[in-house]
Write a protein of this length. Structure first.
Length: 127
């Protein structure tokens, strides 16, 4: 396991590079098994793979750099706190609403009230 965030993100990049090389090797093997494609097709695939590799590298580098930035860390902590606060308030409101609804269905003694339109087990309305 890496000791610093830089080492951790470097490891992420290396693992994706290893995966990319394995993908390229399998692609080349499949090409040999199925027969060669046109040079134009090869160029397009290589260009696409190169673009994907550059974009992944850029994304993970940006993520790593942002995570190491103290200002961004503070912003992320504040965002996480805001999510936590919003969840806490939401659960509090839901809990209060459940309590209100449960409270309405209880009579003065705390036992559930029966609505006048409910019927007993014999099929007759209860008093």
């Amino acid at each position: 396991m890496a000791d610093s965030s830089k080492e951790a993100w470097d490891e992420v990049g290396e693992r994706f590079a290893v995966f990319g090389r394995a993908l390229a090797a399998r692609y080349k093997q499949l090409e040999q098994d199925r027969g060669a494609t046109t040079e134009e097709d090869k160029r397009k695939v290589e260009e696409a793979l190169s673009t994907i590799t550059r974009q992944l590298d850029q994304a993970f580098t940006s993520l790593g750099d942002t995570i190491r930035d103290p200002g961004a860390k503070d912003g992320l902590k504040q965002a996480a706190r805001s999510v936590g606060d919003a969840l806490a308030i939401t659960f509090s409101e839901v809990t209060e609403e459940v309590r209100k609804r449960i409270g309405r269905s209880e009579g003065p003694s705390g036992s559930p009230e029966r609505r006048p339109d409910t019927q007993s087990s014999e099929g007759e309305p209860e008093a």
